[in-house]
Design a protein around this ligand. Structure first.
Ligand code: DKA
Length: 132
C-alpha cells in the first residue's frame, strides 16, 4: 500500500539528478547546492490526504494534497506547476504539468523509498532510507 510511504526518510543515493535538473533549466549554482544536499522527507497520510515536507539546508518545500485533485505546486527550484497525485499499488505518482512536464514516483521497496523522477528522456533515481 502506498500509505506505507508515511514516515521520515533521508537520501541514501542518487543517480542522474544533475541531468534531471539541467533539463528543467535549473542554474548551475542551484544544481551544485542541490547535488550536495542530503534531503529528508517527512510524509504523512490521512486517508486520501497527503503531506510531504522535503527539507535541505538550503530549501524546504511542503505540499498538501488530496489524491486525484489538482493543486498548484511551487517546486524547490521555483517552478510553478499544476500537480495531480495518484496511487498505483504501492506507488505514489506525482504528475507535474508546467513549462516542463515531469513525473515523480515514490515506491516502497525493501524498506526503502525509491523515487524515480522523469523529465523528457531523463530518468533520475533517488533512494531514501528511514531516518531511524
Ligand atoms: C527529491 O525530493 C527531489 C526533488 C526534485 C526537485 C526538483 C529540483 C530541485 C532543484 C533545487 O529528492
Amino acid at each position: 500500500m502506498a500509505s506505507g510511504l508515511a514516515g521520515k526518510w533521508i537520501l541514501e543515493s542518487s543517480e542522474k539528478f544533475d541531468e534531471y535538473m539541467t533539463v528543467l533549466g535549473v542554474n548551475i549554482i542551484t544544481r551544485t547546492m542541490a547535488k550536495a544536499a542530503v534531503p529528508t522527507q517527512e510524509i504523512r497520510v490521512n486517508g486520501d490526504e497527503w503531506y510531504i515536507k522535503t527539507s535541505t539546508t538550503f530549501k524546504t518545500t511542503e505540499i498538501t494534497f488530496k489524491i486525484g485533485e489538482e493543486f498548484e505546486e511551487t517546486t524547490a527550484d521555483g517552478r510553478k506547476v499544476k500537480t495531480t497525485c495518484t496511487i498505483d499499488g504501492n506507488t505514489l505518482i506525482q504528475d507535474q504539468k508546467g513549462t516542463f512536464d515531469s513525473v515523480l514516483k515514490r515506491e516502497l521497496k525493501d524498506g526503502k523509498m525509491v523515487m524515480v523522477l522523469t523529465v523528457q528522456d531523463v530518468v533520475c533515481t533517488r533512494v531514501y532510507k528511514p531516518t531511524e
